[in-house]
Design a protein around this ligand. Structure first.
Ligand code: PLP
Length: 408
């Protein structure tokens, strides 16, 4: 048995050691980080709602009215009126027949993928999908085919290989570490052709893209075509938890089979009420979404003007790929010294050799703050590696295999 300290040393040597930084106060555009004032450029509080007075008040009132905890899972005694209300508002917002809350986006993805893909089935999963989807694939009794990122030829190759056993294509709508958008119309078309379900994770699309911030699926006009849409409450909606939008039969099936819903306590009422207030604000003032998109454009343009490569980002998530893990950490620390907090993201969150600063824009930033941040980042990010844009030939990529998905 290896000593835990040896394992920690190993992580340090590989530049993969992690520690938690400490933020004082709410997730505003400027925070005290480990006691030092910085511009916050890596929070998913995209619309600035986590610290909005009405959201805070709603959560506080719910704590007084319903108590702090739900006390049990939804299927025992934890299903409260406030949960039902949020589900109903979310399904109206997302224009779905049904909506079901989950404890978090992680729990939603892990639970849904693992119950939709059963033994003998094949799940087709984008190579840059979030870890919670990867873990859902690992939990599923099915086999997983990991297709090259957004590579439709490779996806189709996997569907052909699956020979009628494809049960699910699953993709992030907006990719969490790259800020690019999945080719949803083409994926849906392939799914139809090969008689397969589609699941889209809108963790970073909800509140950021599409009409009224309804997400990447709505932006592509596919609300009636995607079988399962997952969203989180912890990012644009400023709270904690997650939800899935689907048809009534699917919701009933998930209530009966999704282990991460069945065996976990229902969301705390203050978190639910906070999300309800945030949703209300999003619907009544969609200009927040426009501001977020404008700010994202300002940051991307300013970075490019400074000669930096933002990859294929089209959204509020902007990667600055550095390459090695230690180099990314060094750039992060240098930026911090100059008052900009953009956390370095390293494997296994991103593939080996693509460690990066992952910038996240908020609607509450000012253009001047973003332009200034771009100057700081240009001074600290070393020469960026050329990331190959050409997809690998289909035959060179992995075939259908058992059990574990390759992407970590
Ligand atoms: C694409 C994606 N899906 C799911 C999740 C997990 O959501 P949550 O933080 O609510 O567990 C995240 C969060 O980081 C994410 O980026």
């Amino acid at each position: 048995m290896t000593d835990i300290n040896e394992r920690l040393d190993d992580l340090r040597q590989r530049g993969l050691y992690r520690r938690m930084r400490l933020v004082s106060g709410p997730q505003g555009p400027r925070v005290l980080l480990d006691g030092k004032p910085v511009l916050l450029l890596c929070s998913n509080n995209y619309l600035g709602l986590a610290d909005h007075p009405r959201v805070r008040e709603a959560a506080a009132e719910a704590a007084m009215r319903y108590g702090v905890g739900a006390g049990a899972s939804r299927l025992v005694s934890g299903n409260m009126t406030v949960h039902r209300r949020l589900e109903s508002e979310l399904s109206e917002f997302k224009r779905s027949q049904a909506c079901l809350l989950f404890g978090s986006g992680y729990l939603a993805n892990a639970g849904i993928v693992s119950t939709l893909a059963r033994e003998g089935d094949v799940v087709l999963s984008d190579s840059l999908n979030h870890a919670s989807i990867v873990d859902g694939c690992r939990l599923a009794g099915a086999r997983t085919f990991v297709y090259e990122h957004c590579d439709l030829d490779h996806l189709e190759y996997g569907l052909r290989e699956a020979a009628g056993r494809a049960a699910l294509i699953v993709t992030d709508g907006v990719f969490s570490m790259d800020g690019d958008v999945a080719p949803l119309p083409e994926i849906v078309e392939l799914a139809r052709r090969y008689d397969t379900r589609v699941m889209v994770d809108e963790a970073h699309g909800t509140g950021a893209l599409g009409p009224g911030g309804r997400g990447a699926v709505a932006a592509a006009g596919l609300e009636d075509e995607v079988d399962v849409v997952v969203g989180t409450l912890g990012k644009s909606l400023g709270s904690y938890g997650a939800f899935v939008c689907c048809d009534a039969d699917m919701a009933e099936y998930l209530v009966n089979t999704a282990r991460t819903l069945i065996f976990s306590t229902a969301l705390p009422p203050p978190a639910v009420a906070g999300a309800l207030a945030a949703l209300d604000l999003l619907r009544s003032s969609p200009e927040r979404v426009d501001k977020l998109q404008r700010n994202a454009r300002v940051l991307r343009d300013s970075l490019r003007d400074e000669g930096l490569d933002c990859g294929d980002s089209e959204t509020q998530i902007v990667p600055l790929v550095v390459g090695g893990a230690s180099a990314a950490m060094a750039a992060c620390e240098k930026a911090l010294k100059k008052g900009v907090f953009a956390q370095a993201i390293r494997p296994p969150t991103v593939p080996e050799g693509t460690s990066r600063l992952r910038l996240a824009v908020m609607a509450s930033h000012t253009s001047a703050e973003l332009r200034q941040a771009a100057k700081v980042l240009a001074a600290v990010v070393p020469a960026q590696p050329q990331v190959p844009r050409e997809p690998r030939p289909v035959e060179a990529a992995p075939r259908v295999y058992d059990g574990l998905a390759e992407a970590a």
